[in-house]
Design a protein around this ligand. Structure first.
Ligand SMILES: Nc1nc2c([nH]c(=O)n2[C@@H]2O[C@H](COP(=O)(O)OP(=O)(O)OP(=O)(O)O)[C@@H](O)[C@H]2O)c(=O)[nH]1
Ligand SMILES: [Mg+2]
Length: 317
């Protein structure tokens, strides 16, 4: 049987308080009774954005004013291959309501896992809950200076996702730093992931683990519960596939571009990066030579956003 290919545009409509709008599919529809992001199939000759505009009028009675690509998800259902082309909608006119009689609800992004969605939606739920910027901490021997840098990034840059990478510290020093960093992140509503063996979550109750590519490749299954975040560093297609197989929530893919620290490294480049992201089963942060100025370009090629040490860390504090 040749499967139908279905291209769908869908919207994560975001409110200023950070809540996202979801709708329930009619009981009689395909995937009836499940929650979804409003949207629908592209009509012939429509672009994704044109379809999105039309569907938001038809289904919610709102006029789209600003949207950014969020994630593209390919999923094989038994009867069809579906491409969900998901946009983050941050400005619109009108007051959304279920124009086709469907229930709609504004929910906290961290509450999304409590709603039943179609199987294809898992990467979307992750993308909606993750920020556009991912800070990786730099090496820093001095704890006070470390915390000053982190606090600056949380306050001034409004960073909400942090990876504690401190390969220079021994276990006791790492634990002390992780506890201090966690307290600071909690005060700012940011999540802290430990770049460490997954068993570290038993010592420090951080928000999750970031796997090195070596740890990633050595695993047979997801090492931590679904309630914790699992990120991984990837550099090629095999590692991206493995990250999908062990159910990582997101990955970094690097090096995209040259960095001052590795000027001669072989880089992936934007073209190949886009191709690799298209096949990924989870949100992908662009890493390597990235600054906030690249965030829109990264979104444009399918990335969740950018990850960086340099851009968020190397300031005078
Ligand atoms: N809109 C939307 N569709 C989704 C999501 N997840 C998901 O698997 N789908 C699937 O994508 C397809 C979208 O079709 P749809 O029923 O919204 O299409 P439509 O608005 O054009 O409706 P119509 O064909 O009934 O007029 C369905 O097969 C649906 O199950 C989602 O989050 N939002
Ligand atoms: Mg629809």
């Amino acid at each position: 049987m040749i499967k139908r290919r279905v291209h769908v545009a869908a919207a994560a409509v975001m409110r200023e308080d950070g809540r996202v709008l979801i709708a329930r599919r009619p009981a009689t529809a395909d995937q009836g009774g499940l929650w979804e992001f409003p949207g629908g199939k592209l009509a012939p000759y429509e672009t994704g954005l044109e379809a999105l505009k039309r569907e938001l009028i038809e289904e919610l009675g709102i006029q789209l004013k600003r949207a950014q690509p969020l994630i593209r998800v390919h999923h094989e259902y038994a009867d069809k291959h579906i491409l969900l082309d998901v946009w983050q909608v941050t400005a619109y006119e009108g007051d959304p309501y279920g124009r086709e009689g469907q229930p709609v609800r504004w929910v906290e992004v961290d509450d999304l896992p409590n709603y039943p969605f179609p199987a294809a939606n898992l990467p979307i739920l992750r993308a909606v809950a993750l920020p556009q910027e991912y800070l990786i901490t730099a090496e820093e021997a001095d704890d006070t200076r470390f915390l000053q840098h982190l606090e600056r990034a949380l306050e001034k840059d409004r960073i909400r996702l942090v990876q504690l990478r401190a390969k220079e510290l021994d276990a006791d020093a790492y634990q002390a730093r992780a506890e201090a960093a966690l307290a600071l992140c909690r005060r700012h509503g940011a999540k802290l992931l430990l770049n460490a063996d997954p068993s570290w979550l038993e010592r420090v109750d951080a928000d999750g683990i970031h796997l090195t590519s070596a740890r990633l490749m050595a695993l047979k299954q997801r090492p931590i519960p679904a309630a914790k975040w699992l990120g991984a560093s990837t550099h090629d297609a095999a590692q991206l596939t493995q990250a999908g197989d062990i159910d990582c929530d997101f990955v970094t893919l690097s090096p995209l571009a040259p960095t001052p620290s590795h000027p001669d490294a072989v880089t992936i480049g934007w073209h190949d990066f886009q191709q690799m992201v298209e096949t990924a089963a989870m949100p992908v942060y662009a890493l390597g030579g990235m600054t906030r100025h690249h965030a829109n370009q990264a979104r444009g090629v399918g990335a969740q956003g950018i990850a960086s040490i340099r851009d968020f860390w190397l300031h005078d504090v």
